[in-house]
Design a protein around this ligand. Structure first.
Ligand code: 6PG
Length: 480
């Protein structure tokens, strides 16, 4: 019997995707560098569907119907290139290689170009939802040629998370577009988690709300416009008690956040395509600062907070908690607005015609940033191109929301600064909003300074042309 698809790389994500495919009625050929892993999968889950056991890549390729579809699920980077190199001589024109790992989009673009020249399709697929999603329905963001999506798409749509019977899977664009969209998803994920962390820290440090009390607050927030997977699991993490000490688990976990690279790639790409993803970049930096533990300890010993201990104690009651909720929602909107903005900028840079409404639809279920908010985002982009908002914050629904949250957002950022609690994403999101909103920015002075020391020239508000002031001469203005 020939198999519908082959999966190589059977660590937990690959194994779960293979099982998901088999459970959905596809015959799946299995391959792993060490056969023991293939056998362990078959032993534990072989009865879940139709699997073909293979020991070598040649056997895997041999077992597949044409055009062949081989899904690679190995560690991003060199291991992907190594598998591709081994696979290519075994494949024929029109066959499809699928990379479902968290690969960096420039790698995907390079691989797609090289394989296209050999007559092969290379599909970089963003997959979100962790182990559980891979097994029961992830959010899937496929890139690559539209032609390959014709045969591959139905399979991916079948195994994807379903949101009210709509699959959270759709072709997003050529070459690296799928991995790019997944990368931006992760950038938003970083910002989303950071603002949740800032809310927690403020409520704990200023309002004295202990983790278990906060678990209740987050559970309640999950019934508001903040409703999302990350808010839901925050309440679960906060109410978890440490088995060893009986203390809240969050108090015994080392406060140094790890990162595998996708958030950093998002921030770097934002800089490259000229899209100010400040909230996402601040979230990455917040993780970096958290991991400078020795420096933090020294600084902790060297400085006080500078807060006047004799000042009357401020009140941080339930009004403050509601303020924090609003600051969290507004900052979250900024993170989404920035992520979507960079998709537009990257689309222009790399020639992808990215459909923001469709991309928002892919994130409604299965993925880590799934949130009720995405329905509203879809609505915001459900218009003819010329009527779509230039920025998510300009969509009617969100303009109203920002206006409603604004006073609270300002109070929270001010309280954080005044009481020495770092809230980098609350603050930078507010600065982003204010920067977009103001009619004049100090960039005019920056231009003046650039012209002074480097004759970099400037434009005027009142006439066309490029100008330079003769700073070291008589200070008259000349047309440059
Ligand atoms: C997902 C996740 C997943 C993973 C990332 C983030 O969408 O399922 O984003 O891809 O959690 O690798 O990892 P770091 O936080 O370690 O960078």
């Amino acid at each position: 019997m020939s198999a519908d698809i082959g999966v190589t790389g059977l660590a937990v994500m690959g194994a779960n995707l293979a099982r998901n495919l088999a459970r959905n009625g596809y015959t799946v050929s299995l391959h792993n560098r060490s056969v023991a892993r293939t056998d362990a999968l078959l032993e534990a889950h072989g009865d879940e569907g139709s699997f073909v056991r293979t020991e070598t890549l040649a056997e895997l390729v041999e077992s597949l119907e044409r055009p062949r579809r081989v899904l690679i699920m190995v560690k991003a980077g060199a291991p992907v290139d190594a598998v591709i190199e081994d696979l290519v001589p075994l494949l024929d024109e029109g066959d499809i290689i699928i990379d479902a790992g968290n690969s960096h989009y420039p790698d995907t673009r390079r691989r797609e170009e090289a394989l296209r020249a050999k007559g092969l399709h290379f599909v970089g697929v963003g997959v979100s939802g962790g182990e559980e999603g891979a097994l029961n329905g992830p959010s899937i963001m496929p890139g690559g040629s539209q032609e390959s999506y014709e045969t591959l798409g139905p399979m991916l749509e079948k195994i994807a998370a379903q949101y009210h019977d709509e699959p959270c899977c759709a072709w997003v664009g050529t070459d690296g577009a799928g991995h790019y969209v997944k990368m931006v998803h992760n950038g938003i994920e970083y910002a989303d988690m950071q603002v949740i962390g800032e809310a927690y820290d403020l409520m704990r440090s200023l309002a004295g709300l202990e983790p278990t009390a906060q678990a209740k607050v987050f559970r309640e927030w999950n019934t508001t416009d903040l409703a999302s997977y990350l808010i839901e699991i925050t309440s679960e993490v906060l109410e978890q008690e440490d088995e060893l000490t009986g203390r809240p688990l969050v108090d015994v976990v080392v406060d140094s956040a790890g990162q595998k690279g996708t958030g950093r790639w998002t921030a770097i790409s934002g800089l490259e395509v000229g899209s100010p993803v400040t909230a996402i970049a601040e979230s990455v930096f917040a993780r970096s600062i958290s991991s400078q533990r020795d420096l933090r300890a020294e600084t902790n010993a060297a400085f006080s907070s500078g807060i006047d201990e004799n000042a009357p104690a401020a009140e941080f009651g339930s009004d403050f908690v509601e303020d924090v909720r609003k600051a969290l929602y507004a900052s979250k909107l900024v993170a989404y607005a920035q992520g979507l903005d960079m998709l537009v900028a990257a689309g222009q840079e790399y020639g992808w015609d990215l459909d923001l409404k469709s991309i928002a639809s892919l994130w409604r279920a299965g993925c880590i940033i799934r949130a009720d908010l995405l329905d509203t985002i879809m609505k915001a982009y459900d218009a003819d191109a010329e009527d779509r908002p230039k920025n998510l914050l300009l969509a009617e629904e969100f303009t109203e929301a920002i206006n409603e949250c604004l006073p609270a957002w300002r109070r929270v950022v001010a309280a954080a600064a005044q009481h020495g609690v770092p809230a980098p994403v609350f603050a930078s999101s507010l600065a982003y909003y204010d920067s977009l909103r103001r009619d004049r920015l100090p960039a005019a002075l920056t231009q003046g300074l650039r012209d002074y020391f480097g004759a970099h020239t400037y434009e005027r508000v009142d006439k066309d042309g490029t100008f330079h002031t003769l700073w070291s001469g008589d200070r008259s203005e000349i047309e440059a």
